[in-house]
Ligand binder design. Structure first.
Ligand SMILES: Cc1cc2nc3c(=O)[nH]c(=O)nc-3n(C[C@H](O)[C@H](O)[C@H](O)COP(=O)(O)OP(=O)(O)OC[C@H]3O[C@@H](n4cnc5c(N)ncnc54)[C@H](O)[C@@H]3O)c2cc1C
Length: 238
């Protein structure tokens, strides 16, 4: 199926942390492109002499129709993120999609373990919300989200995942902070929490998203724990 490039209108900006914002892009004309949880969109940014295409994971879930949310971290000196930070609500933004094969393995006859740092959370949030909305996760014995950030004020969507824990007894949320200031929860890297909270690789699949060094560290730890490469699925941001 050919990929569609559609016009979207920036409907709302959600200010999550000092450096992370979610941008809600509503499809002009109502109907968006179909996508599966875990996929990404290519945002078209008009530069001085050419259009720059930048990939961003879709942070909303397929059951939410008519718009996509993109959860973006500001990069000092970054071309696309500076462009996003200067946008006003109402701006028209062309976006293409869906792209990518970072998808949940079906059927869900296993316990999924989601691992992210920073905005690597975006496709995993889409999968988690879709999985519970559709009822696919209801029969898993356990669904785990390990989410790492550096500082206390960089933690986002934590209230939403704490609420998910209350709604779904088989879900556990493990936020961890590597350089805490005033934090009484888990401290350290996501790969160490995988080792701490997961004992047996049997019947489990790992979905991990973020920057390459973290993904490599998670993969190495998982392999040492006895996971097979086939049980580890990832999306690298760079
Ligand atoms: C499949 C895919 C999905 C993605 N989804 C998301 C997403 O949902 N949210 C999101 O925030 N980003 C996501 N990214 C990264 C995104 O596409 C851009 O690379 C990022 O926003 C930086 O773009 P920029 O133009 O602002 O920076 P650039 O002008 O491209 O880069 C400026 C400098 O910053 C460095 N840099 C780039 N990214 C980072 C980083 N994260 N941390 C530290 N240094 C960095 C670059 O190496 C470069 O030196 C995704 C990438 C891929 C491949």
């Amino acid at each position: 199926m050919p990929l569609e490039t559609l016009e979207t209108r920036l409907e709302k900006i959600f200010y999550l942390t000092p450096s992370v914002r979610t941008f809600r892009l509503r499809f002009v004309g109502g109907k968006g492109f179909p996508f599966q949880a875990g996929q990404f969109s290519m945002v078209h940014i008009q530069g001085e002499d050419k259009v720059h295409k930048k990939p961003y994971s879709i942070n909303s879930s397929p059951f939410e129709e008519g718009y996509i949310d993109l959860c973006i971290k500001f990069i000092e000196g970054g071309f696309a993120t500076n462009w996003f930070w200067n946008l006003q609500e109402g701006a028209i933004i062309p976006a293409a999609g869906p792209y990518g094969n970072f998808l949940l393995k079906e059927p869900i006859d296993y316990d999924p373990i989601f691992i992210a740092t920073g905005t690597g959370l975006a496709p995993l949030r889409s999968m988690l919300r879709q999985g519970y909305h559709s009822g696919q996760f209801t029969n898993a014995r356990q669904v785990t989200l390990i989410f790492g950030v550096r500082y206390d004020d960089e933690l986002f969507y934590a209230d939403e995942f704490r609420e998910m824990e209350k709604q779904h007894p088989n879900f556990r949320f493990i936020p961890t902070i590597s350089r805490p200031k005033a934090w009484s929860g888990e401290v350290g890297y996501v790969q160490d929490k995988l080792k701490k909270y997961v004992s047996d690789p049997q019947g489990k699949q790992i979905y991990v998203c973020g920057l390459t060094p973290m993904i490599n560290a998670v993969e190495q730890t998982a392999l040492e724990m006895g996971f097979d490469k086939k049980q580890i699925h990832y999306e690298k941001y760079g």
